[in-house]
Design a protein around this ligand. Sequence first.
Ligand code: GCB
Length: 667
Amino acid sequence: MGLWRFLKSIWLFSFVSGLFLLHFSIALILINKEVPQSRGMLYPRESETREVRSLDGIWNFVRSDQANPTQGVREEWYSKDLSKSGPTIPMPVPASYNDITTDNLRDHVGTVWYDRKFFAPRSWAVDQRVWLRFGSVHYEAYVWVNGQKVVKHEIGHLPFEAEVTHLLKYGAENRVTVMCDNALIQTTVPQGRITELPNDEGMTIVQSYTFDFFNYAGIHRSVHLYTTPKTFIEEVVVTTNLSKDNVGGEVLYSVKFNGSAINEADNALYVRAQLYDREGKLVANGTSDAQLSGSLQVDNVNPWWPYLMHPEPGYLYQLEVKLHASNDELLDVYRLKVGLRTLSWSNATFQINGRPVYFRGFGRHEDADVRGKGLDNALMVRDFNLLKWIGANAYRTSHYPYSEESMQFADEHGIMIVDECPSVDAENYNQELLGKHKSSLEQLIHRDRNHPSVVMWSIANEPRTREMNADSYFQLVANLTRSLDKTRPITAAIATPWTDDKAGRFLDIISFNRYNAWYSNTGRLDMVTKKVVEEAVAWNKKYNKPVIMAEYGADTLEGLHLQPAYVWSEEFQTEVFARHFKAFDILRKKGWFIGEFVWNFADFKTAQSYTRVGGNKKGVFTRARQPKASAHLLRKRYFALARELDDSSFPEDLFTYIADMGKTENA
Ligand code: GCB
């Protein structure tokens, strides 16, 4: 039903859709409706009660005829192997499909199909449940197992799962089929437009969007089958506290189970929780109350600290959660990493474990050659090595939730995350958009609430916050976010001039994006420092809240050198950064300026446009993750800040030897 409505809407919202929705939004009163509540979706982990199997690999793939996107559903392609409905091509999972082939699959709009076979072992037939979980499919996914519809999920970058116990053939081969639709319209998050335009052959469908990254699509993250016992741990929520002196710690946990109690009389399940330190030593344990909640007290705690703020950053404990029946039978075991830390914020500061934090980081993208937005462990580890090499302590998951694996990595390495939902360039506010925007935050918070690295929620990037309805819209979005998590502050990266903005008052921390000497006063290095200072001061005056510069930068073609600095050259990017550094140092003295984030960590792919040479080149690293000249400058700045603010030491290779400068003793 939803599918048909959606596909029809693609055709209906043709060229005139923008105007239609604009009028619509002006008249619209936004109503606060409940959003669906996510359930389950714990990251798949093996334990003595659970098995995990990866379905990653090479799947079969078919693209639909763009002019006939519903053909596969009408002809029930899911009822048999895809190869029986037409020729298939091999497609890697996880990966975006766009850059894999040599033809125009890159710009395909609408539905594509994947399938693969897998075995379900006989042992899984007995006394357990089997779940099929997708880390992310972009944008909308429909999943069938052995021809039976299993789950539909909208919004990319977020996990979804369904129980498939009853659909599997045990000790036999099974088939999973996925239809994925990349179409973005005015009511999807993010928004886009589908238009029908004349081409040399007649008419064609064109996808456009205002956001500045390529609309990669496909099965972007891992696909897992995992088992749980019949009665199992469905959710674990963890929050932590520290004593004032950071010596005593507390882990508060709350568990939900799914399934029936073991027998009628037995409605008194309980949880045993045990906390182990890095060396595997048991440091605390306890038994839950009847609601399956409890707390663990930790002495001489090792708090979770950000990178360079402490000699041992990213300290994680392991929490072992055991679900027991009242007769003490062990039902299920799930383990997760826990970092003990506190966050606090005021109208001037942001503190972790009672110490003020100054963010030095990046806006980033999940983006790489060939695999697009597909999960790639090699790339992830390289990126974290570069983040640490350059001395960053934070990044924003611009402009959508990043992989769960990268969130775990950030926990381990002490990198703070400003966790952004997939709303980018929101405009023409309407009821359906609001519902999905809120749902994207609900799903994000559900997924990421236990990560110590997540220190802030970003509820949007560059929403059009001067528009009619922007205030009521963002009030509702912020209220929902706060109702779901009171332990973290809320921000949004705003580019609307402060004079016109209507959203900042609903945030805890103001983040602004501005491209002085690039989009405004292009090339004018003498028009950066003062403007940055003035704008940050204006935001602070307007809202009396801490301020972050969440984006600044300049496109830079690696290897282009021009002296004096000229736009697109490495010299220019370096100079633009230096002028910003000066502004940030003036602002830091004011007390409420709490962070600087370069745009962008690495070059990335965008839609085709005459302002982009092969993509957005504002990276400090190239798309192949090699440093531009600016990276070396930024590294000096970030380590200098870490030394000044957090008392960390310089890496030995930070400064290249130039000359004796009369400082060394006679050797
Ligand atoms: C922005 C956007 C970001 C773009 C960047 C740019 O303000 O938030 O997505 O890539 O500008 O380079 O234009």
